[in-house]
Write a protein that binds this ligand. Structure first.
Ligand code: VGL
Ligand code: ZN
Length: 208
């Protein structure tokens, strides 16, 4: 069975948003072509932080980009983003959500961040995505969304460790690139752990 995981297509990650990703809006039409393909299950993750989340610079009276220790883990600080119930946290209305079987919230614990759609950054709590996909018999997982160097990367690495065959649909992803090489490093790391980097065109050829 083939699954599609759509990562964090939320207003705050689009250009002009609180944590705007350059060209982040350009992935939406690409993902809307993916959702037309005959996947057995389509799911989305949603970054969903409480007010005062530990990943917010404002919570620590610090500046975005600084790093603090959060429950013993290094944490990059971000602008306030994807606050539960805010407009910025909503899934972008132009995304085709008609095929979504589930929306997986993540980052809800105030004291630990969650880049991956499977586990928090300390691998302490699971979101339930893995049993959901396993129950549907998913073996091949296609991943698309924002951002390549954070939530896409960590979701991919966890999916590989959980035994999925992972395909990252690279033209349906964009990176934050705090450092200009972050995107390429993320791609190399995903590839070296066994993910296949593919384009929409290649996915169409595999699935049609
Ligand atoms: C993300 C930073 C903070 C992401 C979420 O979706 O990639 N990045 N929260
Ligand atoms: Zn976040």
């Amino acid at each position: 069975m083939k699954g599609l995981l759509i990562v964090d297509i939320q207003y705050d990650f689009l250009p002009g948003g609180a944590l705007g990703v350059k060209e982040g809006d350009q992935v939406v039409p690409v993902i809307n072509q993916l959702t037309q393909l005959p996947f057995d299950v389509v799911v989305a993750s949603q970054d969903w932080h409480p007010i005062g989340h530990g990943s917010f610079a404002s919570t620590h009276q610090k500046t975005p980009g600084e790093v603090v220790s959060l429950k013993g883990l290094p944490q990059i600080l971000w602008p306030d983003h994807c606050v539960q119930g805010s407009k910025g946290a909503e899934i972008v209305s132009s995304l085709d959500v008609t095929k979504l079987a589930a929306v997986i919230p993540k980052g809800t614990d105030p004291d630990i961040d969650s880049y991956s759609a499977f586990f928090d950054n300390g691998h302490k709590k699971a979101t339930g995505l893995d049993p959901f996909l396993k129950e549907k018999g998913v073996k091949e997982l296609y991943i698309a969304g924002l951002a390549t160097d954070y939530c896409v990367k960590f979701s991919t690495l966890d999916a590989l460790a959980l035994g999925y065959d992972v395909f990252v649909v690279i033209d349906a992803c964009r990176a934050v690139n705090l450092n200009p090489l972050d995107e390429q490093e993320a791609i190399s790391e995903m590839q070296s752990r066994g993910a296949r980097i593919v384009t929409l065109k290649e996915v169409k050829e595999r699935l049609m």
